[in-house]
Design a protein. Sequence first.
Length: 456
Amino acid sequence: MKEAKNKCLAKIDRFFSISKRGGTFGREFLGGLVNFLVMSYIAILVPSLLSGMIGSELYNALFLGTILSVVTATLAMGIYGNLPIVLAPGLGVVTYLISLVQAGKYTYPQVLTISLIAGVIFIIVTVSGVRDKIIAGMPAIIKTSMGVGIGMFIASIGLNSDNSHILDFLSGNFSKEVILAAVVAIFGLFVMLILKHYKIRSNIFIGMLSAIVLDIIIKACMGVNAFAGLSEAWGSDFSTYGGNFFNFDFVGIFSGGAVHVFTTILVIFSFFLVDMFDTLGTLYSVCKQGNLYDEHGNMINVKRAMIVDSSSSVVAALFGLPTCTSFVESASGISSGAKTGLASIVTGLCFVLMLGLSPLLSLIPLYVTAPALIYVGMLMLSDVVNLDLSNFTNLATSMATIIIMPLTGNITYGIAAGMIIHTVLQVCAGKYKEVNVFTYIVTILFIIFFATQGLV
């Protein structure tokens, strides 16, 4: 029996290259669990945002669609991509989608159709090898700056008012809600930092659990029952789900005259560009955090990861959800020791459990996940020492890439600003021959992207 168990574990080890990458089964499980805790808010936030737009009666259907999208994409990343990356409907795309529908420009089925088409284009670009050329042509200073910028972006998410309320607290807002969130988040962060000092790998997980316990205790002292949410119905009614399944309108997006068709093409272009470069930035920076690179300095399984990401956008649309993408929060699991796709499988299975145990999510408020994001952001900022700022072009490029990501809350905008500034300054300095042809193409696409945003 023991021999059979050892053979099974050995096969799993070989399949995922756990030992080869310097990982262990325990760290993979821990990393997957941490990623679930950090990402669990998605299961509630996405359906809440979308149901507020298309009808609260579809909340359960959207909840199921979100879970199915996350599980399908994350398990695919684990099995085929073999990377500890979690995928979910992108909040930036969700917000953009909502703005299009609320402005009356498109219906919900139409924006799902746009998301589907953009995903198909992303798949074609990835499989054809164009994506490889784009990455190869990207200036080294931008690749390094992406990690620092995304680190600041992740930390800013944790500090944001909607998460930890730390900035509100420091600004003099001492309401009960703000004090509770800020104290719990700061406590969790210090637990992680102290345990890191003593080289305890499970510091993020322990920090989050400590924050949850403190949250329950403080709420009890305030006369608030932290377990009140557990009284909600276990399991959900998904009878309305059929209304969102394969909910497309191909005719509608290309009817209404030439202007409307042109606008639709621009929106598809925007969806595609944002999805591709958000994914590029996230995968490159998050994997760098875990040193998931081969002997040639290339990211492990990058093509497979991009295929999973692009395909997930299509699958999410089939489930009635917008573009599914890799999340920067995956860095939390990697920082906890995850190095392979086994961690993604653990995360995916945890989300499966949420189909019947969704009330448990009430015990994980957003401000409990905030310290993990702030901590991981700190770790990613360490890459700043590798920035080559010996000339002004690199300095300007790096600053634009790093600063714009957290200020706009958009990874693609930071990459775009860096690419445009770097290309323009290189040309003005007479070094136009040093710029890769694909860098010129991407720069022009980004300029078109920004120039046409007012039209969509």
